[in-house]
Design a protein around this ligand. Sequence first.
Ligand code: BG6
Length: 526
Amino acid sequence: MTVSVEVPAVVHGGDAPALAQPLRRGDACTVVIFGAAGDLAKRKLFPALFHLQCDGLLHEDFALVGVGRDPMTEEAFRQLIYESARDADDPSPAGEIDDEAWARFAPRLSYVQGEFTASATYAALGERLGVIESARRQSDGRLFYLAIPPSIYTGTITHLERSGVAERVNRRSTRPWVRLVIEKPFGHDLQTAKALNRTVRKAFAEHQVYRIDHYLGKETVQNLMVFRFANSIFEPVWNRHHIHHVQITAAETVGVEHRAGYYEDAGVVRDMFQNHLLQLMCLTAMEPPVAFQADAVRDEKIKVLRAIRRFSAAEMHDYSVRGQYGAGSIKGAAVPGYREEPNVDPSSDTATWAGLRLLVDNWRWQGVPFFLRSGKRMPRRVSEIAVQFREPPHLMFPLDQGKTITPNVIAIRVQPEEGISLAFDIKVPGVGVRMTAAKMDFSYAEAFGKAAHSAYETLLLDCMVGDATLFTRGDAVEAAWEVVDPVIEAWRDKDPEHFPNYAAGTWGPAIADEFIARDGARWRQP
Ligand code: BG6
């Protein structure tokens, strides 16, 4: 089935992306990346910034300063960024680089070497920023991006403030803006998240802080808001009267990769649920915000987190299920079990798969389970939100022996093939009434071509124009920890299931099927 789409006109000029929308160009600013030689900077941030350059979305007075421990000449730093941009395959294919855009980008890049906790680093950084800014006609702001291990967030933030390189700026101030971007994990649990929020708030006002969750920069995640609130046909059925349950899935084929040091302690709930999955749930369940503005949207999201029913350790069995992958195969290739991965404890109890059943105690959602599931080493990489509707109260059509009716499902695919589909029943042509399942499918790629921007581009641009709608506020981070902390604690105190309990390349542990079946549901295999 095809869906016709009206493509809006291009708003900004130059080498514009295929999917044109009123994109705003970043302010005249300096982006300072702490952790400039790190994995995140190389894999995501540098390619995203360069791509913004290619699209003409960086101000001519944009500059990038990398801060890192490694000694590196300016030239080596530029080479590092060149290679990162060339080798990234999101959104443009790896191996391609726009030479003209690179020639404009390279002179804007510089590097400051130093320890993140040494005052001398901040003195050197302050000097560098002064030189960059004094050469400009206009200077709108400084954006500090913490792409460093969370253990040094506090020290770095404190130094930034004490050195005067970053300052608290009042919302109505006419001084250049100063913003801080903090990557996940934001805290290790509720207590540490609160402590980090205190440190952050000592140095910055809340409106200056951008807690980033890259899932919120994905195209379909943003489209979820448009889908729900710019169409009037869905809202009347978006509630407990019509919806049977909601399934939110983030399945990955990769294993723990080289991140055992972090993952052994984090596990899947801290890694994926506290942030990405709960954010998707908030957008699915929230009430219509009064405006598409940062605080209006975030006020509605936090109400969802606060309405999620809390459960005791004794009830955990009804609300959570966990797993760990054993050896198996992914796309035909044999892969080791989690306990055999490099730097993983051979008797590790870390969960690499989890399913949660969350209930939202409010008028709209009373009694509707939200099943959240995420795991590593599953058969396909897919993230989606599936809203399953109730069956008709009375079915007058005969069903074939052993057949059940296909439930109506709206599936919002976040990745990899972004789109929205609706499953429904139709009559099979011919004599007599026989039913079969049909699907209406809207695919972003078919309608608009490959995504024009990666999630990090969207979010970095938002930081540069001061739009915090897609970023998590301090209170919401804490509220999300309040939801997951009891699960992590209960699991810690209870003997785990017999790990490993699912083979790599399968959809998760068998006990998970029984878990969801209690609500008359089945996990989807999207
Ligand atoms: C990160 C997690 O936040 O998200 C990783 O730390 C995970 O473990 C990744 O692999 C998934 O992101 P994406 O965009 O690839 O779905």
